[in-house]
Structures are given as structure tokens and as C-alpha cells.
Design a protein around this ligand. Sequence first.
Ligand SMILES: N[C@@H](CCC(=O)N[C@@H](CS)C(=O)NCC(=O)O)C(=O)O
Length: 237
Amino acid sequence: MNLIPVDLVTKEHLKPEFVAINPQHTLPTLVKDDFVLWESRAIMVYLVETFGKEDDPLFPKDTEKQALINQRLQFDMGTLYQAFIDQYINWFFGYSKKTEKKEKILQEAIGFLDTFLKNSDWVAGDSLTLADISLAASISTFEVSGIDLNKHGNVSKWLQRCKDKMVGYKEINQVGLERFKTIVVNKMNKRDSQTDLVTTEEVFTATEVLKNAVKAKIIGEEFSDSINKINQAVSVH
Ligand SMILES: N[C@@H](CCC(=O)N[C@@H](CS)C(=O)NCC(=O)O)C(=O)O
């Protein structure tokens, strides 16, 4: 398998040649001859089912074991990581402010994971599965984003277990985390406080109001220049 880096910062994923492969322009995207697949969890299942061992412990043939892994994978995508997007990713990129309500939802979701780990070392039973790989990618991203995992004891112990035992954790996950930290988290830390954040939506609304006011001659043409300056200055991406 060839891992080909696609740089989100330089918007390589929006280039016509990449959009032609994956119109949703998301990473990761798998290409095997004429077959194209995206959505990381679907890719993982495909890889193990196609290239894994017979009855691979990462995604065993037993339908109940599989169902539990699928439940955890969907919990990761639809509940846990979504709560992180709502509270943190949208804040990092200036789309919306953090709120106590969104923090509570995120903490509750991490708490659910903590419960899944109450009686077992791994998230879907007694051995490491695809669910652990997916959830470790999410939780380690939370960790580098400054979310305190110590109040979720089972989760922090399990994350350490993943770091110690998961093949390729350092080479694959850690490298991506470092890059995420450099690009996003450090940029966000430069913001002194939440009140400094002007969201894209607020900028859009403000500049629309100003543009209309210029058009209606409520304010003078000289404001057009300020509108352009605001648009240029507030680079939230
Ligand atoms: N649920 C998807 C999420 C994919 C996703 O949004 N990836 C981000 C990078 S982490 C991306 O490609 N963003 C660029 C875009 O959506 O245009 C998965 O797990 O593969």
C-alpha cells in the first residue's frame, strides 16, 4: 500500500484531479485500480476484510462481535467525534464559539466511552479491534487539543495501552497529531480569549450589512475599502 500525503493546508484536496477521484474531497481516500473508497471507518473494514487474516481479530467473523465493533465505530463518528467537531473544530476554524452546553455534550460522550471500558481493556471486548484504532485516533486528537482526560480514568489508561500496543501508532498517528497541533492548536492558543473570536458568520453578516448600507447611501463609498480590509484581515482559515 502506498500512502500518498494530500496537504489540506495548501488545499490539495480541492484540486480538480483530487475532486475527480473523491467528489466529497475528504481524507483519507483509498484508491485500488478502479475502486475508490472514502470514510476512514469504511476503509478500515474493507482493508481487514480484503487483506486481513482469516477471522482477523481486528474485525472477527462472529456477527455479534462485528456488530459491537460497528456500534463503537458509529458511536465514534456520530456521537463522540461529532461532539468534538461542534465544540473544538468549529472553534479552531472560527466557525462558532465554544459553549458550556457543547462542552457538556462532549464530556458526556467521553463518559460513555469510559463506561464501555469499565469491564474490559479494549472498547469492543477483550482484544484490540478496529473500534480501538478509530477511537484512539479521536481521543488522542482530543488530548493534543488540551482536553483533560484524567477525569475519565478508564479512557486515559486505555489510550496509554493503545500508544504502547498499537502497531504503527507512532509512525502513523503521532505524526499526524504533531502536525494537527502545530497548525491548529497553536494557532488557537494565540487567541487570548474566547471573546477575541469573530466567527466567519459574524464577519459575513457585518460585511453584508456594510455593503448594503453603502448601496443605500446610508454610509459613504469610503466604507467599501474598509469592507475589503475586514475581509482580508479576518482570515479564519
Ligand atoms: N468521517 C470522515 C471525515 C473525513 C474528513 O472530514 N477529513 C478531513 C480531514 S481530517 C478532510 O478531509 N477535510 C477536508 C474537506 O472536508 O474538504 C472520515 O472519517 O473519513
